[in-house]
Design a protein around this ligand. Structure first.
Ligand SMILES: Nc1ncnc2c1ncn2[C@@H]1O[C@H](COP(=O)(O)OP(=O)(O)O)[C@@H](O)[C@H]1O
Ligand SMILES: [Mg+2]
Length: 417
């Protein structure tokens, strides 16, 4: 992400949201004397922060006690000086981020080179404060942490449903996008689709949302700074009301995602939505595994084919081995046909579990919907639409029934009844 545009997006900050009744605990690391003095006088004059301790070493050697000093209640802010040793400072920030993803990390430095700023942000810092630190600069940064703390304190709400294909082409993107549109439109649920593909994701294309600025991996890189306002700049909005965080447009190189970042991002997203549907690429990468650990339901989309079914069994075995609770697993059989060569009974026997959902095979409807970019309108009388509507209800969504006329025009009209 271009640092200037990020700066613009960050320009307004939720100072008014920040309750000052409960000061944020702060630990300083390798700060020079002048910076520590500024912090002390700031803490004394405004009850926004409470200085807990100052470490005079980065403690990143293997022989060091690492982040043991963080045992007990985690500090809410760590302020790390990057000028004494940039490499060690970045490592210290990564260690802190790994041990306590909720701790905000501020880099302080006299060097304002953009690549150094980006490097610090990538190691988990949410702020880059330029020396000599001014009161206003510090106040803004602290207020942002306070605002985020308040937003994150809201109880988790969204149901996170992670969809993965037993192999490519099973219909994950079709199901996720169309179920998403239904939940947003017919059921008036605050719904978000996240495309977790690291390259060549299709969700934006299937929804006809090809003009967007940022993608999911940029969102993850900014997770420490994420608040309601910044999130808006990452969303593409479909006419149904569905929000989308798309995948990168092409393949823009491998990305290093800090452990815990996927979970942390979804913790925040959960506070903003009723349903979050995740379009995962097939396979068990570290990000996928973290996603499976963090979701409420993991739905594997399969076809009635030997290779797909074999993959379902293998992946479930692997996930069970990784201690993912088996009650979270669901199998959705897509392109279901009543007269299939492999019967439902045989499939369930192979899988060792009941099929959670069956979505009928209606290629023409799906293709028309995708090409039209308006899934809900195109699918209004199809069996696929009916199956997905029933699925939405099974997942707990209730159709809105404001008045009788609207109800008829809504769900039943949508089903062509
Ligand atoms: N229920 C269905 N009936 C018929 N064709 C389907 C159905 N669901 C998906 N398809 C078709 O299967 C193909 C692959 O779908 P897609 O959603 O791109 O899969 P994936 O995201 O798992 O790779 C597409 O051509 C799509 O139109
Ligand atoms: Mg896909």
């Amino acid at each position: 992400m271009n640092p200037m545009s990020l700066k613009e997006a960050l320009n307004s900050f939720p100072r008014e949201n920040f309750s000052n009744s409960d000061p944020l605990s702060v630990v300083g690391i390798c700060l020079d004397e002048q910076t520590w003095t500024v912090l002390k006088s700031f803490a004394e004059s405004a009850p926004l922060i409470r200085l807990r301790s100052h470490l005079s070493e980065y403690r990143v050697q293997e022989t060091d006690t690492g982040t043991e000093w963080m045992a007990g209640p985690k500090p809410e802010i760590c302020i790390v000086d990057f000028d004494r040793d940039r490499r060690k400072a970045a490592l210290a920030a990564e260690n802190i981020h790994g041990a306590s993803p909720d701790t905000a990390i501020f880099a302080v430095s006299a060097d304002a080179q953009p690549d150094l700023i980006i490097q610090a942000m990538r190691s988990g810092c949410s702020e880059y404060l330029l020396k000599p630190i001014g009161r206003e600069q510090l106040l803004n940064a602290v207020a942002r942490v306070g605002g985020r703390r308040k937003e994150r304190a809201q109880p988790f709400r969204a149901h996170v449903l992670a969809f993965m294909g037993a192999k490519g082409g099973c219909g994950v993107t079709s199901v996720v996008t169309q179920l998403g549109v239904l939940l947003a439109n017919t059921f008036s649920k605050r719904t978000l689709v996240v495309d977790l593909h690291s390259d060549f994701g299709d969700a934006a294309l299937y929804l006809g949302l090809t003009r967007h600025r940022y993608h999911f991996f940029e969102l993850i890189e900014n997770t420490d700074r994420l608040d309601a306002e910044l999130l808006q700049s990452f969303l593409a909005r479909h006419s149904s009301g569905l929000d989308l965080v798309p995948a990168p447009e092409g393949n823009d190189g491998p990305r290093r995602i800090l452990p815990g970042a996927v979970a942390q991002t979804f913790d925040f997203l959960r506070t903003r939505y009723d349903y979050i549907l995740v379009d995962m690429p097939p396979g068990l990468s570290d990000e996928n595994l973290e996603m499976v650990r963090h979701c409420d339901q993991f739905l594997m989309v399969a076809l009635a084919e030997v290779s797909a079914l074999r993959n379902v069994v293998r992946q479930f075995n692997y996930l069970t081995h990784k201690e993912i609770p088996p009650e979270r697993f669901r199998v959705v059989l897509n392109r279901h046909q009543k007269r299939s060569l492999i019967t439902d009974g045989e499939i369930e026997k192979t899988l060792g579990q009941k099929l959670f959902w069956k979505i009928p095979n209606q290629y023409a409807h799906i293709v028309k919907a995708i090409n039209g970019g308006e899934p809900i309108a195109q699918l209004s009388t199809s069996e696929v639409a009916k199956s997905l509507t029933d699925l939405a209800m099974h997942l707990g969504a209730k159709p809105i029934a404001t008045d009788k006329k609207k109800d008829n025009a809504g769900l039943r009209g949508f089903l062509g009844r």
